[in-house]
Design a protein around this ligand. Structure first.
Ligand SMILES: [Zn+2]
Length: 104
């Protein structure tokens, strides 16, 4: 965007990281409760979650919370396994090229 290169390399890195996360955002999640498309999707802080690139959470109008995660398959599996231990949460599926994870 034509800004000076010597200014805020850290800000640049943060911007790149945010862009990477934004690029992984699914267009929508599919609610496991009612099957509706959930388009109100928000990123979840993944600091401390090794191997996880991004986690998205969507709140369906029916009240179900649906998650999607991308990253290393093992880490994603571990994340969804941890979620499955929590009966209050319903797992969802993510439709995105090459990064599909369905637990239903
Ligand atoms: Zn729903």
């Amino acid at each position: 965007m034509g800004q000076a290169k010597n200014r805020g390399s850290q800000a640049e890195r943060i911007a790149q990281a945010q862009a990477k996360i934004a690029a992984s955002k699914p267009e929508k999640l599919v609610c496991n409760g009612c099957g509706a498309d959930v388009t109100a999707i928000h990123p979840v802080d993944t600091r401390g979650l090794r191997g996880i690139e991004a986690i998205w959470v969507g709140q369906c109008e029916c009240g179900q919370t649906t998650f999607a995660a991308s990253g290393e398959p093992k880490a994603v599996d571990a994340f969804f396994f941890a979620l499955s231990e929590n009966s209050e949460l319903t797992l969802g599926s993510q439709s995105k090229d090459g990064e599909q994870h369905t637990t239903a």
